[in-house]
Design a protein around this ligand. Structure first.
Ligand SMILES: [Cu+2]
Length: 123
């Protein structure tokens, strides 16, 4: 009886390890986008290769936003993301959020200075 219980327990551990391994593989596929606001009156969204983002395929993305000024924020608006402020106005530093982008046009901007803005399309 005691031996049989041990076998069942080790089987459960193997299943748990298998789930953890596949979850890690999926996470690695999510592309990162790098947003920057400030220190002057500039905003940008770039790929990890440093290219400006103009079009993307729909799906999950990691937004890593560097806010370089305490007078600006980095806010994203578009399908499924309603004026989401990724970095706050007084915040200076980097914040990372996971977002799912849907088909349509997205705009990123500073709510304090809405003329500082950029757009990209999702297909
Ligand atoms: Cu601003």
């Amino acid at each position: 009886m005691r031996v049989r219980l041990v076998v069942l327990a080790s089987g459960a551990v193997l299943v748990a390890v298998g789930i953890a391994a596949s979850a890690t593989a999926t996470t690695l596929v999510v592309p990162t986008l790098r947003g920057t606001i400030g220190p002057g009156y500039t905003i940008s969204l770039k790929s990890t290769h440093g290219k400006n983002v103009t079009t993307l395929k729909h799906g999950k993305y990691t937004f890593s936003v560097r806010d370089r000024a305490n007078i600006h924020n980095f806010t994203l608006n578009g399908p499924g993301v309603r004026n989401k402020m990724i970095t706050g106005t007084s915040f200076v530093g980097t914040k990372t959020v996971a977002l799912t982008l849907k088909k349509g046009t997205y705009t990123y901007y500073c709510t304090v200075h809405p003329t500082i803005t950029g757009t990209f399309k999702v297909t």
